[in-house]
Design a protein around this ligand. Structure first.
Ligand SMILES: *Cc1c(COP(=O)(O)O)cnc(C)c1O
Length: 376
């Protein structure tokens, strides 16, 4: 039988013809017409002050960490249940990640545990919208305001999810998006930094352009460009931006398709939840269909189910090894409070295959295999 991969990169429309057009325009390096079109798209569609395309979400997080102006020993509060880049971006600045536990319902940072983690060295909070489900941003922004902290949303999984009528990534001082091939809207590798506080706009452009004021020079604001700050090369090539723009043109369809796959999984697996075999995620109409997962009763059941599905050519995945228990997490970070939810939930979570070209037969096959694992 045809294998069902966990993820499958896809082309939906004009990706290849827009790349050909970028080549024909003779501008392949960064910040050409397609990069600018993408930036405008984010500013208009998501409603952020300024969007800057980057070569990855990791790059956007690194830019945000530089913009936070962290000094060695400063602290940043974040969940341990996340991808390494959420922490690494700040560790690269010499800051200490302070890990707090997650909520058992959304698997997002537990907003009730943030204030006790704040010390005189705390500078920022980094909420991660896991599976595209919003963190409690109202509460988090209120805590940040009270303690004069910056908020960097890791919205890598959350593009086009909403929270109280706002797009995720546009609520904190900074929002970081990913277009890695495993995300909803893709360009292979890719990302964007959303800047929601105008104070940071000018410096963000400089950091992204290797620490030069090149962007101001091209706008005619200065008469020569030079080295003015620290920075790196964070721009994507026009080829990548052209590919991404073709996906942005069809973003609503892509999100709708992923949401329909989540809805189909939820309907078909509901009886297994009722029978007590698993807990299913709850998504509302504001979420972007990024992920569908099962929470099983134990690590042993998860291990057995993975083997059972793989034997039938179905490829689920699990993640993350919590950062506080990873070698670099222990070396560079510290925990605040217990990590009970993080430790137990991360062992029990299983992500099901979910990709744009997945059809009803594929979904039915995955669900039938899960049913037969539990029912026989
Ligand atoms: C995918 C992901 C990233 C990294 O994104 P890249 O574009 O691959 O750098 C960061 N944080 C989270 C939560 C992610 O899921």
């Amino acid at each position: 039988m045809k294998p069902i991969p966990f993820n499958k990169p896809f082309i939906i429309g004009r990706e290849l013809s827009l790349i050909a057009d970028a080549v024909a325009q003779g501008h392949l390096s960064g910040d050409g017409a397609y990069t600018k079109k993408c930036n405008r798209w984010f500013e208009q569609k998501l409603g952020c002050g300024k969007a800057l395309l980057t070569h990855s979400c990791t790059a956007a997080l690194e830019m945000a960490a530089i913009l936070c102006d962290l000094q060695p020993g400063d602290e940043v509060i974040l969940p341990s249940y996340t991808f390494v880049s959420t922490a690494n971006a700040f560790v690269l600045r010499g800051a200490v990640p302070v890990f707090v536990d997650i909520r058992p319902d959304t698997l997002n940072i537990d907003e009730n545990l943030i204030e006790v983690a704040i010390t005189p060295k705390t500078r920022a909070i980094v909420p991660v919208h896991y599976a595209g489900v919003p963190c409690e941003m109202e509460r988090i922004m209120a805590i940040a305001k009270k303690h004069d902290l910056l908020v960097v949303e890791d919205a890598a999984q959350a593009m086009l999810s909403n929270y109280n009528g706002k797009s995720l990534g546009t609520i904190g001082h900074f929002g970081c998006l990913s277009f890695h091939e495993t995300k909803n809207i893709i360009s292979g590798e890719g990302g964007a930094l959303l800047i929601n506080d105008a104070r940071f706009e000018e410096r963000a452009e400089i950091i992204r352009e290797k620490g030069t004021n090149r962007s101001q020079f091209f706008r005619g604001a200065v008469d020569k460009y030079t080295w003015v700050d620290i920075g790196s090369s964070y721009l994507p090539s026009e080829l990548v931006s052209a590919f991404l723009y073709a996906q942005l043109e069809r973003a609503d369809e892509i999100i709708a398709k992923r949401r329909s796959i989540c809805t189909a999984y939820a309907a078909r697996l509901a009886p297994l939840q009722q029978a007590g075999h698993m807990r299913l995620p709850e998504f509302d109409e504001d979420s972007n269909g990024h992920m569908y997962y099962l929470l099983l009763d134990s690590l042993d059941i998860r291990t057995a189910l993975i083997a059972y599905l793989k034997a039938q050519g179905i490829n689920p995945v699990f993640h993350y090894v919590p950062l506080h228990s990873a070698p670099a997490g222990m070396k560079y970070g510290r925990v605040c409070g217990t990590m009970i939810q993080t430790d137990t939930l991360s062992e029990r979570l299983l992500r099901l295959p979910l990709y744009y070209e997945m059809n009803q037969d594929d979904i039915a096959r995955v669900c039938a295999a899960i049913e037969s694992f539990f029912v026989h």
